[in-house]
Design a protein around this ligand. Structure first.
Ligand SMILES: Nc1nc2c(c(=O)[nH]1)N[C@H]1C(S)=C(S)[C@@H](COP(=O)(O)O)O[C@H]1N2
Ligand SMILES: [Mo]
Length: 417
């Protein structure tokens, strides 16, 4: 049955709960019944004309609390992160102004007509492109998540951190990215057969450098010019950004200025001192590019309160760097039983996938969990399994099942199982 058949109150109950009649008769989903006469009174905003046009729209001032949560590094200028408030958003696309941020040295202010992209190294010819030059190539667009490799790393702490879902897992966002397929420009430059890596460099003060295997670079990478229909926001890489679908956020170099075709990785700080981790065996994990499947329940989630027993819709996001989300299973009893949530269509590969499931809360304390399964059959692990595999030196790539406890007052907190 498609989403449409399941819309409305009856579908909600039928699709999500056995014994729907029982829930309906308990009256938990009713709207408040107002006397009809009250509807006839016109509110003040219907008695005078509204406000004037604006050149660029802004969210309602009443939504002022829906903001990125900033965590700035006080010792390095412009270094830090800001988190997407996942718990306050719906659907799958992150509003551009709420896309998470990770800057190593601030946001450069680049005049668009002075920006250049250089492609050089093991190529038949070196090429430079202005933004206007790039705009003459065919454009492709995809809805894709970007997730920092350090997202969710509070999960490695011994005690569950008490903060909102977005401040735990919101170094991940999803946008429509439009730009020129990188493969086209690599073809034009003429890549030497000895080449195996592509080194990308940003035009920020940190001059962030990363190495991308050439096979990935010439497969599905994009040189993005647009984000959610408009030019990329300054903080997300204006005017040009490399998009490496499904792989660690750091590879998605912002303010992209240089691509060097090479036969070895550059071994920059971000791939040696960072993003390399010791395993219990003493071996190091390195170049762990793909982001594994993850899911998080955004409603209800920590900091939110359920107002009494009855029917609620559990809502959340799932994504995988290996492709499409095949299923999301939800447990409302701490993991004893699991049921499949409904996925919002279309469930696109390498994009946020929204899941929803009806739940009748009995009013007794319980733990909510979700686990993502992607199209490769990969199943999001329990925290204990992740720690058994990775040991206690982990900092990056934490993707264990998140557990939200609902207490008898309906308050939601973060727990580990
Ligand atoms: N030039 C440049 N590119 C960069 C970074 C940076 O600081 N400078 N940060 C990287 C990291 S670690 C991540 S997770 C993503 C963050 O992208 P966003 O700020 O658009 O969310 O950009 C990557 N690209
Ligand atoms: Mo990152």
């Amino acid at each position: 049955m498609g989403e449409r058949d399941e819309s409305g109150r009856r579908g909600f109950l039928r699709g999500g709960l056995a014994g729907a009649g029982l829930v309906a008769s308990s009256g938990v989903l009713r709207a408040s019944a107002a006397p009809v006469a009250e509807d006839a009174v016109r509110p003040p905003w219907m008695t005078t004309p509204g406000q004037a046009f604006t050149n660029y729209g802004q969210p309602s001032p009443q939504e002022r609390a829906v903001v990125r949560w900033i965590s700035a590094n006080r010792t390095v200028a412009g270094n830090g992160v800001s988190w997407t408030p996942l718990q306050d958003l719906e659907g799958t696309v992150t509003p551009s102004g709420l896309h998470f941020e990770r800057h190593h040295n601030g946001i450069p202010q680049i005049p668009i007509d002075q920006h250049r992209l250089l492609i050089h190294g093991l190529t038949r010819q070196a090429l430079t492109f202005s933004i206007a030059d790039l705009a003459r190539y065919p454009i492709r667009s995809r809805i894709l998540f970007i997730e920092c490799g350090g997202n969710s790393n509070a999960g490695w702490h011994r005690l569950p951190q008490q903060t909102q879902a977005g401040s735990l897992h919101g170094l991940a966002s999803c946008s429509e990215w439009a730009g020129v397929p990188l493969a086209l420009l690599l073809d034009e430059a003429g890549v030497d057969s000895s080449a195996s890596w592509l080194i990308a460099e940003g035009a920020d003060a940190a001059a962030v450098q990363v190495s991308v295997p050439l096979a990935k670079a010439s497969n599905d990478c994009l040189l993005a010019l647009y984000q959610n229909g408009e030019r990329i926001r300054p903080e997300n890489g204006y005017p040009l950004r490399l998009i490496v679908p499904g792989w660690e956020g750091v590879l998605n170099v912002k303010w992209l200025r240089r691509l060097e075709v090479a036969n070895q990785p550059v071994m920059a700080r971000n791939e040696t001192a960072r993003y390399t981790e010791l395993l219990p065996s003493g071996k190091a994990r390195m170049f762990t590019f793909v982001m594994n499947a993850k899911s998080v329940i955004t409603t209800p989630s920590p900091g939110q309160t359920l107002h009494g027993k009855g029917v609620y819709e559990i809502r959340g996001l799932a994504w995988s760097g290996r492709g499409r989300i095949r299923a999301v299973e939800v447990s409302t009893d701490g993991g004893a039983h699991w049921s499949e949530a409904r996925l919002q269509e279309p469930a696109l590969p390498l994009a946020f996938t929204r899941f929803r499931m009806a739940w009748e809360w009995s009013g007794t304390p319980t733990v909510l969990k979700s686990r993502a399964i992607d199209e490769t059959g990969y199943v999001q692990p329990e925290r204990s399994a992740l720690i058994a595999e990775r040991g206690r030196n982990g900092y990056f790539h934490y993707n264990a099942i998140a557990c939200w406890q609902v207490d008898e007052d309906g308050e939601v907190t973060h727990v580990y199982s």
